[in-house]
Ligand binder design. Structure first.
Ligand code: H79
Length: 441
């Protein structure tokens, strides 16, 4: 009898251990498998859209702030809430946004379910401060986007701010009678909302931010990480779920931190990295829509960034900030279309490639390699005359060298230390070109 009792106790214990699987102890190979599609994707589109599209960077006649406008101008909550009544983006069309992403060659989208302002962009049962209850628009844009992504074969992710300027319990500066209770916010608001998002929209990625609010700890990050992966084991989660992010440089400050990948913001790693990472960047100066921000990066710069990021083994998460009508600004649309045209010709040098230790030669040449290591790609954005010399790659005799976009192999010769390729009179496409170095079978 005693033995049976012990056996049952043991069984129960092992079951409960199983139920509390620690996802932070995942093996390197299991993580690699889980993140494979994401790493192969290389390029995603970030979308910052919320009530802040209404003021569009101007409050009481003063410029400043985009998605941060509430903080920039110290707008009281009761004032800021009024933007909800004005949020009625009649031109919003999820399929169009997804088409823009797809046409650009982006393989996934990350959309702001809730930014620091605390406004929920889906039909949340946990609050009335959401798009269904507080706006005249009354459409669940996250549902529409998730469905459009699914139909288009684009992976769907959500940006979610831990910091929340609207929830009294999350905001120690709020002037309320009650003392803020952050653990109440975390357990009764943040976590249930995230569970709701996972259940309703099945996101592939959760992209946290605002983790630097002082109440949040690494321990809470780890707890949340396990909680979310228990709800959806295949989720990919950024490192801003915990406290390890080293400021805007974005990589972890310490080992064994919660989260799957580093998040440099508005910058690209100086060198390649074996860690998983993704640089998020804007096309103009701001994340959220700002009507007076016309400082658009050129298509050439954006393509260079994508190439640089891919060669260094990272992902490029490029942002658009749709306006209050629901439209992605035309300058963004034009540049994204140029990226798509470039990728149409050159995609095999970007998607599903791996980074080489020797990932660059000077400022104008970057290298990537097929995952089986057989094919090397040399991507260049400058050349003079009708040839290009590359000194740090040594193609084997009998290799065929192609320029992507042209079927016929090019003539090449070994030259001091490397090789020289004779280029055709007209190069396919613009901005940058790819030499595909294929050894004899
Ligand atoms: O959503 C976009 C921005 O609104 C958001 N991240 C991108 C993706 C963002 N949040 N904060 N910032 C951008 C800049 C904040 C910088 C600081 Fe800090 C916060 C300086 C000090 C506290 C983070 C923590 C950087 C250094 C320490």
């Amino acid at each position: 009898m005693k033995k049976i009792c012990l056996f049952i106790a043991g069984l129960l214990l092992s079951c409960s251990v199983f139920a509390q699987k620690n996802y932070l102890e995942e093996s390197t190979s299991a993580k690699k498998q889980r993140l494979q599609w994401w790493q192969d994707a290389r390029f995603g589109m970030f979308i910052h859209w919320g009530l802040y599209a209404v003021p569009a960077g101007e409050y009481n006649g003063k410029d400043g702030g985009a998605e941060w406008i509430m903080d920039t101008h110290k707008i009281p909550t009761s004032e800021y809430e009024k933007y909800a009544a004005q949020f009625n983006p009649q031109k919003f069309n999820a399929k169009e946004w997804v088409n823009i992403a797809k046409g650009a060659g982006a393989k996934y989208i990350v959309f702001t379910s809730k930014h620091h302002d605390g406004f929920s962009m889906w039909d949340s049962k946990i609050t009335n401060y959401d798009i269904m209850d507080a706006t005249p628009f009354k459409r669940d844009v996250i549902k529409e986007l998730a469905d459009a992504c699914k139909a288009a074969g684009i992976e769907f992710g959500l940006y979610h701010s831990i910091m929340d300027w609207h929830q009294p319990d999350a905001n120690p500066k709020q002037k309320t009678e009650q003392k803020p209770d952050f653990s109440k916010y975390r357990e009764e608001y943040l976590k249930p909302q995230l569970a709701e998002l996972i259940k309703k929209y099945d996101p592939a990625i959760l992209w946290f931010d605002g983790e630097w609010t002082p109440e949040w700890t690494e321990e809470q990050g780890k707890d949340l990480y396990n909680y979310l992966r228990t709800l959806k084991p295949s989720l990919i989660i950024n490192n801003r779920i915990g406290k390890a992010r080293n400021s805007m440089a974005g990589m972890n400050k310490y080992e064994n931190a919660a989260g799957d990948f580093g998040t440099p913001e508005q910058e690209i790693l100086k060198s390649n990295s074996k860690d998983y990472w993704e640089s998020c960047m804007t096309i103009n100066n701001n994340w959220g829509f700002v009507k007076n921000d016309h400082n658009w990066k050129s298509a050439e710069k954006l393509i260079d960034n994508l190439i640089d990021v891919a060669a260094k083994g990272g992902n490029y998460l490029l942002n658009v900030g749709p306006d209050a009508q629901g439209e992605i600004p035309e300058p963004s649309v034009e540049r994204l279309a140029e990226m798509g045209k470039w990728l149409d010709i050159n995609k095999q040098a970007i998607y599903g490639t791996k980074s080489l230790t020797n990932y660059k030669e000077g400022d104008n040449i970057r290298f990537t390699q097929s995952t089986d290591g057989k094919i090397t790609y040399a991507i260049f954005d400058k050349h003079s005359g009708d040839e290009i010399k590359i000194s740090s790659i040594h193609p084997k005799a009998g290799s065929k060298i192609y320029l992507l976009g042209i079927d016929k192999p090019l003539t090449w010769t070994k030259s001091n230390g490397g090789f020289t390729v004779k280029l055709p009179a007209e190069l396919p496409g613009k901005y940058a070109w790819v030499l595909k170095i294929q050894p004899a079978a």
